[in-house]
Design a protein around this ligand. Structure first.
Ligand SMILES: Nc1ncnc2c1ncn2[C@@H]1O[C@H](COP(=O)(O)OP(=O)(O)OP(=O)(O)O)[C@@H](O)[C@H]1O
Length: 581
């Protein structure tokens, strides 16, 4: 893992203060002191100098040490959890506030399930490491070290024989580290895949049912779950087998120490009492050491989760400060703009030069995939071009904050999202300080007021997932009311009325007319018959602007436009005939 990359999260990692470490150490010291007392008492016993007062003192001291040990253990767990949960909350807040500052392009690239998984699962893994892993690793390192020192004090030859096989255990651990890393990575990937799939599955159940694809989709989700189980088993296997071997090497140390101890006793250099004590300490030493090896996986999972978190926190956010834009002009211009989506070879826009003067109305047309939506995305600063400049009122978009840019645009899309709050608040998103009168005025202009007052709770009716279900047209008009309230100078219409019928289309068209009044309007058009009156039409093909002009001019001079118009006319005539039949 790249040390440089971990750095930004050090503050989370360092949240376990010195005091927490001191508490862990005290817990260990009071856990080891009773053993030292036993060594001392047995020594006295063997030399015939142990008095009954000494036994009472030893007993009382052992009770005290045990109590203190318990107390410090409780404190260490409590402190570790507290600081870990603090770190966890800070980290989640940090991710969420960073997400808010990331360009919209980032969200088009990353899956929702992946992001949710990072905020939930990976941050949780970091907590597990901070709250459980770190204290356990610290105590599992210090405890065997203390035990070993005691054995060394008993007899240095026993001490050395105890650790004689340790280098082999370390070598093995180093060797399997990479293997563990890989298998844990697969495990994490399959966890992510599973949660992404589950999220998509739940969100798209209506579509799946409509197309009777339940079985195939369900089978795919179940397949990913099976994959997950397979990797859980594999990663557990990859831990247990080397762990068994490491434990065997550690226990091998006991065998070596026993042989050395027997030899020392036979030559009269070691007492039986010391030998038995050394054996007891050795047992504790091996099991504490074996525990340390198991904790290796905490570190691996932590490293991988940290990398995932950093895949969000290290994406640079646009830090341009907001500025007063009231006096700015609102002309938009594209100057030799070339743009390709990340990880794509072909440019979605190629050397585009266009002007959208203040108050003008432009329609963008072109075959599917010609770059119409990309043009709108760049205009709103969702993506930065690789070369060329997009300007808003003469200022490069790169110099403006997201909020500044957002203030200039309203985008009417087919897909409308309503929040789980009242209709009033849903409209007020356009201008949080708006009064009830202003909200109602916007709703009237968006031709939705009468509908809202007809609802049981009027403007207090809850919208969104948990609230009343609205038709596509009603949602659309609520979103137009929102934009009327926002009153931004540039309106982008992304084929807003495509899928609507008679009455709905009429009402929406009226609402849209209100929205477009005195604005710069850019229509991304798919149906050419709706834009024939527009003052300027831009024809795009394969990311390039191939012609601009009025409908008449383009019919005369642009074969692509003429072709598209004639094809659409043929299709609509054919549809009319079908309807007549
Ligand atoms: N998020 C994305 N990531 C990668 N490539 C993309 C992305 N969005 C669009 N593209 C690609 O960029 C090119 C232009 O797409 P764009 O959506 O701008 O075309 P469009 O003219 O709006 O198409 P349509 O009329 O079908 O909506 C296409 O080749 C498309 O596959």
């Amino acid at each position: 893992m790249d040390k440089q990359k971990i750095k930004p999260l050090d503050e989370e990692r360092e949240s376990r203060s010195l005091l927490s470490n001191a508490v862990v150490i005290l817990h260990l010291v009071f856990g080891t002191l009773p053993l030292l007392l036993v060594v001392w008492a047995v020594d006295r016993l063997m030399s015939g100098t142990l008095t009954s007062t000494m036994i009472w003192i030893v007993g009382a001291a052992m009770v005290l040490f045990t109590l203190l040990r318990g107390m410090f253990y409780g404190m260490s767990i409590w402190r570790a959890h507290r600081s870990a949960y603090n770190a966890l909350t800070r980290l989640r807040l940090r991710i969420v506030s960073h997400l808010q500052r990331l360009p919209l392009g980032f969200f088009q690239e990353r899956k929702v399930g992946d992001l949710v998984n990072i905020i939930n699962h990976d941050v949780e893994q970091i907590e597990i490491y901070l709250a459980h892993g770190l204290p356990e690793i610290l105590s599992a390192t210090l405890f065997p070290a203390l035990l070993w020192v005691i054995v060394m004090v008993l007899d240095w030859r026993l001490g050395l024989s105890l650790i004689s096989l340790l280098p082999l255990a370390f070598l093995l651990q180093m060797a399997v580290k990479t293997l563990w890393g890989k298998s844990f990575q697969h495990f994490m990937e399959s966890t992510q895949k599973m949660s992404e799939d589950l999220l998509e599955y739940v969100a798209t159940i209506p579509v799946i049912k409509a197309f009777s694809h339940e079985e195939t989709r369900t089978e795919r989700v179940l397949g990913n779950m099976r994959d997950y189980i397979r990797w859980v088993k594999r990663s557990m296997f990859s831990v247990t087998v080397p762990m068994t071997l490491i434990t065997m090497f550690l226990e091998g140390g006991i065998v070596v120490m026993t042989l050395v101890g027997l030899w020392l006793m036979s030559s009269g250099e070691l007492t039986v009492a010391r030998f038995i004590l050394a054996l007891i300490l050795d047992g504790l030493f091996s099991s504490a050491f074996a525990k340390l090896a198991t904790f290796q996986h905490f570190r691996i999972v932590y490293g991988q989760s940290l990398a995932k978190v950093q895949s969000i926190t290290e994406v640079s956010a646009k830090d341009t400060a907001d500025r007063d834009t009231d006096t700015m002009q609102t002309d938009v211009s594209f100057e030799h703009v070339t743009f390709a989506y990340p990880n794509k070879q072909d440019s979605a826009l190629c050397n585009v030069c266009l002007q959208f003067p203040k108050g003008s109305h432009t329609a963008i047309v072109g075959e599917s995939g010609s770059g119409k939506s990309t043009l709108a995305s760049l205009m709103m600063g969702f993506w930065q071009p690789q070369s060329g400049t997009v300007r808003l009122g003469g200022e490069s978009l790169a110099e403006l904050s997201e909020r500044n840019i957002a203030d200039f645009f309203s985008m009417v899309q087919q897909e409308v999202f309503l929040f789980n709050t009242s209709i009033r608040d849903n409209i007020r998103i356009g201008k949080p300080s708006a009064t009830q009168e202003e909200v109602e005025m916007a709703a009237r202009r968006a031709r939705i007021h009468d509908f809202i007052v007809g609802l049981p709770n009027g403007y207090d009716t809850s919208a969104g997932e948990a609230g009343v279900k609205f038709s596509g047209g009603e949602k659309q008009r609520i979103s137009i009311a929102r934009m009327l309230l926002k009153d931004s100078p540039i309106v982008i219409l992304d084929e807003a009325t495509a899928a609507l019928d008679g009455e709905n289309e009429k009402l929406i068209q009226e609402a849209l007319d209100e929205l477009q009044r005195n604005k710069t309007v850019i229509t991304i058009a798919h149906r050419l018959n709706t834009i024939q009156e527009v003052e300027r039409i831009v024809v795009m093909d394969k990311g390039q602007v191939v012609a601009t002009g009025t409908h008449g001019e383009l019919m005369d001079n642009c074969p692509l436009y003429r072709n598209m118009t004639e094809t659409q006319e043929r299709v609509s005539k054919w549809q009319l005939k079908e309807e007549e039949v």
